[in-house]
Design a protein around this ligand. Structure first.
Ligand code: ARG
Length: 661
């Protein structure tokens, strides 16, 4: 049973007669046990709404509220809070139910299962994958698992970028600087080399012909602005004086920013000029930017040679990507990349035009959206389609083939404007199509993974290989920690092989957990030391907690299966036992929270809290040396359910546990 959902539904019934059914969400778990287990704050807003004293409303609500089977008589506190304490006997009974529920541990499935398409990971192949793609992969996978566990139908689709400019780059690179021998020997290495080389050539020319001149111009303009401000007569009035001074300071600040931008660009240019290989060919490839676009356009137009090269290069790129997925233990129902939609783009534009949504501006086809400064460009003036066009075609395809209720995109926050435009356009497009109109479209945005210097985290080489190195390093460090801890034992417990397995799980778990435990919308600093710490809200601590609980069964010599089915009486006479038992029942609430705003950190917080409740229980309540056999069994049952909840919760987050570490 989901206690919170149950209480809310009972409140909804009671609230209905007072016209306040919409307020049932104001029943929440209490922050402090002295206010009971749950607290309802709805009497205050309802009092306001009805123009009656909230305490009076609270009294009326309590009279109407049918919770006698679940709770002690509700108490009214302060201005009209209703405090609810679940009957301890009921908690014990529900723990018994969860105990025998092998797979679901008492978690009910959603009353209204939905059909959800999850778009996540979605890297651009042939281009170095970065930690942001790991974050998308890890968050997306956790959401997929939680939503599935709650009974929703989830279709996962990896919308890889396999059709963009990066292919124009490697095609151009191959034609001009390719090395067939290297390509045969180590395709990914060679493709990465070509990508980087072409990319730096493009960058080099852009710096010289565009970026630096633009930055210089920006300085001139800002300089003028500063001069103008400083030549203005000083106002008489003190307030105005202050205001003018502030304006001048701001303008000077901007000027400084412009100057440091230029310095940074110049530094890049110096670096490029020191690259002999690059400079030796730079002259001959002065129009490389155009040429790369032309190669991409030729690929899109079906040019035989370019299509053949694309087909030749793609498998190696995919294999490289799959190797990372295998290590992360994630898989997708579909991997329909951008190329899959290529021949649906023209009809997408036609369909938008048919509905009168397209306006031509400066030669480009655009959809103008209310309240947005910039339009959503769906076709460039040279006829090229864009990322946006593909995303529109993708929505249509998904709607037609999978009939989803919701489309969720786990993509980093820098793309939020794209998704805002995409969703608004889709709603216009779907004006007459209920499948599109009623579709929930959600950008599951996430923040940047930062390095210790506060700048976006870069792996040493910044390549996909670098990502695999990132996982290696986490595992290596985990192995050192595991070995050190084991060596410190009077008698080491783990074989070399076991140490390695444990280190694999802790290392990968650490990276995943760090991605998940931080509120997804905030940036966080990537730190091996922090994520591998054995204490605090980390994977290692959670895995350790699991192993610690598990170790008790061997010592107790009990058959856990038998323990579950023997229908043991659950005794919750101490506060620590009761509090642990209640926390165990709240697993389903944590999962529901994750599903409600798509934030996996609700689950990590829950598990962390559960582990700490277990700790208090374990230090206050002897298990193996309990006063009676019945009590020992009851406590072992709590241990069993704790272990299973921890491991199920971690499993849903994509993190594996170990029996000992
Ligand atoms: N390939 C894109 C990138 O790496 C992300 C794609 C996200 N999904 C989508 N349907 N737009 O930035």
């Amino acid at each position: 049973m989901n206690l919170l959902a149950e209480l809310r539904s009972r409140f909804a019934t009671a609230l209905e007669s007072l016209d306040g059914a919409d307020l049932s969400d104001m029943v929440l778990p209490s922050q402090d046990p002295k206010f009971g287990d749950y607290q309802a704050n709805c009497a205050m807003p309802l009092g306001k709404r009805l123009g009656r004293p909230p305490r009076e409303i609270a009294t009326e609500l309590v009279e109407k509220l049918g919770v006698a089977d679940l709770c002690e008589p509700p108490e009214i506190a302060g201005p009209g809070f209703i405090n609810l304490r679940v009957k301890t006997a009921r908690i014990a009974e529900l723990v018994g139910d969860a105990l025998v529920d092998e797979h679901r541990l008492g978690v009910p499935t959603a009353t209204e299962p939905r059909n959800i398409v999850l778009d996540y990971s979605s890297p651009n192949v042939a281009k170095p994958m970065h930690v942001g793609h790991i974050r998308s992969t890890v968050i997306g996978d956790a959401l997929a698992q939680v939503l599935k566990f709650l009974g929703h139908k989830v279709i996962t689709d990896n919308h890889i970028g396999d059709w963009g400019t990066q292919f124009g780059m490697i095609v151009y690179g191959y034609k001009n600087f390719g090395d067939d021998a290297k390509l045969a020997e180590a395709p990914v290495g060679e493709l990465t080399r070509l990508y980087r080389f072409v990319n730096s050539l493009v960058d080099y020319h852009a710096l010289r012909t565009k970026k630096i001149p633009e930055a210089e111009l920006a300085i001139d303009q800002q300089q003028l602005a500063v001069e103008k401000l400083s030549s203005e007569p000083v106002p008489e009035d003190q307030k105005a004086q202050k205001k003018a001074a502030k304006k001048l300071r701001q303008a000077e600040g901007l000027l400084n920013d412009c100057r440091s931008d230029l310095v940074a660009l110049q530094q890049k240019l110096v670096d490029a000029e020191n690259d002999e290989q690059l400079i030796s060919v730079a002259k001959e490839h002065a129009d490389i930017g155009q040429k790369v676009l032309a190669e991409t356009a030729a690929l899109h137009a079906g040019d035989e040679e370019n299509v053949a090269l694309w087909k030749r290069f793609l498998p190696a790129c995919l294999a490289e990507m799959d190797a990372i997925y295998e290590r992360l233990n994630v898989s997708f129902d579909h991997t329909l990349g951008e190329s899959h939609y290529h021949d649906q783009l023209a009809e997408t534009i036609a369909s938008l035009e048919e509905q009168g949504l397209v306006k031509v501006s400066d030669g480009a086809k655009c959809v103008f959206l209310e309240g947005q400064d910039a339009p959503f460009i769906v076709q460039k003036r040279d006829g090229a389609f864009l990322y946006a066009t593909t995303d529109l075609a993708t929505i249509k395809y998904r709607v037609e083939n999978w009939q989803p209720d919701a489309l969720l995109y786990v993509v980093d926050h820098r793309q939020s404007l794209h998704f805002e435009h995409l969703f608004a356009t889709t709603k216009l497009w779907g004006e007459k199509d209920t499948r599109l109109k009623d579709l929930e479209l959600e950008h599951i945005s996430f923040g940047t993974v930062l390095g210790e210097d506060g700048k976006p985290y870069k792996t040493r080489s910044g390549t996909a290989v670098g990502l695999s190195g990132l996982l290696d390093e986490a595992i290596q460090r985990a192995l050192a920690i595991v070995s050190e801890n084991d060596d410190a034992r009077a008698e080491p417990l783990l074989s070399a092989e076991e140490r390695q397995t444990v280190a694999d799980r802790i290392g990968i778990g650490a990276i995943k957990y760090a991605d998940l435990a931080h509120n997804r919308t905030s940036d966080y600093v990537f730190s091996y030391d922090k994520m591998l710490a054995m204490t605090g809200n980390t994977a290692a601590y959670m895995q350790y907690s699991y192993a610690r609980v598990s170790s008790i069964f061997g010592k107790a010599g009990v058959d856990r299966q038998q323990l579950r089915t023997s229908n043991p009486t659950i005794d919750l006479n101490t506060p620590a036992e009761r509090s642990l038992a209640l926390a165990l029942l709240q697993f389903s609430e944590a999962l529901t929270r994750v599903a409600s705003d798509y934030r996996p950190n609700h689950l990590t917080s829950y598990l962390f809290e559960l582990a700490s409740k277990y700790s208090s229980f374990f230090s206050e309540c002897p298990v193996l040396k309990a006063e009676s056999d019945e009590l020992r069994t009851s406590r072992l049952a709590l241990c069993d359910l704790t272990a299973r909840t921890l491991s199920r919760g971690l499993e849903l987050l994509g993190i594996e546990v170990v029996e000992r570490m």
